[in-house]
Design a protein around this ligand. Structure first.
Ligand code: G1P
Length: 287
């Protein structure tokens, strides 16, 4: 089995749900407490020992590249003033750790992933959707890699949501279950309300075999008239092992305003430096 070394981060999306905040700023740069969303995803990948990050980006997204670059002005000024550089530690990519590819038209997640096919080559790869903030010990991808080392093949993360939310996501038809590992029998993207095969949705973390790129090559448009990754994955079932891993941790859908605010409150309450002030305000406000 080939070791998982590469990860794709689709970051070309327009972020229309967060306008006007995302008019000039990429949605992946929205901050939860004091870190942009994209950094949580990259840190999760590094924890899972992923060596090469592939960003599928688009116009107006250069703030993401700058975030992971060296900021000479900032570092020099801070050093001259005797300030330590802790706050920007870990935001630099090592030379060669990152590759940027452009998705020239926003026609779906499946198409974004396919844009990275030449860099993936014939290796398994991970995908991170940075809108989804996954908080766990160990992190979500590290948990999935441990499962992958047992099963091989393809693994998607699985997370239970209420019936009222399944229509927003990719949803799994579960088969046999062994602990947190669930056999995947079928997948559907954004099922109409009331028609979802289960409550187990895919919260934006995947480990896939490179054959999915061949399937994406001829993939017809699906839900929302977009080329869907879920539809391509569904065609892999039966040809290769396909499992879901029930993530043991907290999940925040930061592509949604309420989810984003919740993530900020939850992670603020985890932080010793700011939790007391936030908790005290909440107590006063909520009673
Ligand atoms: C995408 C995927 C969907 C997944 C979701 C997670 O949907 O297509 O399968 O469940 O991310 O947030 P999108 O949010 O781009 O509509």
């Amino acid at each position: 089995m080939k070791k998982l070394r590469k990860a794709v981060f689709p970051v070309g999306g327009l972020g229309t749900r967060f306008l006007p905040a995302t008019k000039a700023m990429p949605k992946e740069m929205l901050t939860v407490v004091d870190r942009p969303l994209i950094q949580y995803a990259v840190d999760e990948a590094r924890e899972a020992e992923i060596e090469q990050m592939i960003f599928v980006t688009g116009r107006g997204k250069s703030a993401i590249e700058d975030h992971f670059d060296i900021s000479y002005e900032l570092e020099t000024t801070m050093s001259e003033r005797g300030k330590d550089l802790d706050a920007i530690q870990g935001t630099r990519f090592r030379p060669g750790e990152v590759i940027y590819v452009r998705q020239q038209e926003p026609i779906g997640l499946g198409h974004a992933i396919w844009c990275a096919r030449h860099i993936i080559g014939d290796e398994p790869f991970a995908i991170f959707l940075p809108d989804e903030l996954m908080v766990g010990t160990p992190g979500c991808m590290k948990q999935m890699v441990e499962a992958y080392e047992q099963t091989g093949g393809n693994i998607v993360c699985g997370y239970e949501v209420p019936d009222s939310e399944t229509h927003k996501y990719g949803v799994i038809t579960p088969g046999e279950q062994h602990g947190a590992l669930v056999e995947v029998k079928a997948l559907v993207e954004k099922p109409a309300p009331g028609t979802a095969p289960s409550n187990l949705m895919i919260p934006g973390r995947y480990i896939l075999q490179p054959e999915v790129m061949r399937v994406l090559e001829g993939q017809a448009r699906g839900a929302g008239n977009e080329i869907q990754l879920t539809d391509a994955m569904a065609q892999m079932i039966g040809t290769q092992p396909f499992h879901a891993w029930r993530f043991d941790g907290r999940r925040f859908d930061c592509g949604d305003k309420a989810g984003f605010i919740t993530a900020n409150i939850a992670l603020a309450l985890d932080r010793e430096d700011i939790a007391p002030a936030v908790r005290s305000w909440m107590r006063d406000t909520l009673g």
